[in-house]
Every structure is written in C-alpha cells, then in structure tokens.
Design a protein around this ligand. Structure first.
Ligand code: FES
Length: 102
C-alpha cells in the first residue's frame, strides 16, 4: 500500500481503502459512510451479530472485546479474528473481510 496521510482501513474482498473520519466511532460507521454494505440489523448495538467481520490485518493492535461483544463471542463461539464491526474502533492499517451470511 502506498503512503497516504490520514487513517485508512481496508475492506475485503473488494480491497477498498477508506479514509476514516473523526465522526466514525466504529468500523461499521466507516463502511456505511463509504457506501460499503455491511448488514447491521440492530443498528450497531452489538446485539444481532449481522455486522460480523473477519480481521485480516491489525488483530494485534485491536482493543480487546468489550462486554457486549464478548458475550456474543462466547454465545456464538467466534474465533479471535471474528469481530463485530459496530464494536471495534478503526485504526490505520486495519483490514477486515466482510462476511456474508450463508
Ligand atoms: S450491527 Fe448488530 S451486532 Fe453490530
């Protein structure tokens, strides 16, 4: 990836690099503002699980799951890379794969 100023995160599989705005509180905010479709049935409250993404790069810099996300992760047996886009904060170099419900 070439050097760019600002904070960018990447969304796979389309490999879209999106500049994070100061208004974006979570990865879901970044995606929706950029017109990237991520399901978010509960509106970002951490209760539906439809915004689940797979972290491809940056897992080591990601904050630990908060209480809401941890509860769902345990209920649904998420692996370490599976995170809720509405509960994780964007940072430069984060790359996530959008999961599609089958
Ligand atoms: S939008 Fe429902 S859990 Fe993230």
């Amino acid at each position: 990836m070439k050097a760019k100023s600002g904070i960018y995160i990447s969304f796979l599989p389309d490999n879209l690099d999106v500049l994070v705005s100061h208004k974006d509180h979570c990865v879901l905010d970044v995606a929706l503002r950029a017109g990237i479709a991520i399901d978010h049935t509960c509106g970002g409250n951490g209760t539906c699980g439809t915004c689940l993404v797979q972290v491809v790069e940056g897992l080591e810099k990601l904050e630990p799951r908060n209480e809401i996300e941890e509860e769902m992760a345990q209920d649904r047996s998420f692996n370490d890379q599976e995170r809720l886009a509405c509960q994780i904060k964007p940072f430069n170099g984060l790359s996530v794969q959008i999961k599609k419900e089958s």
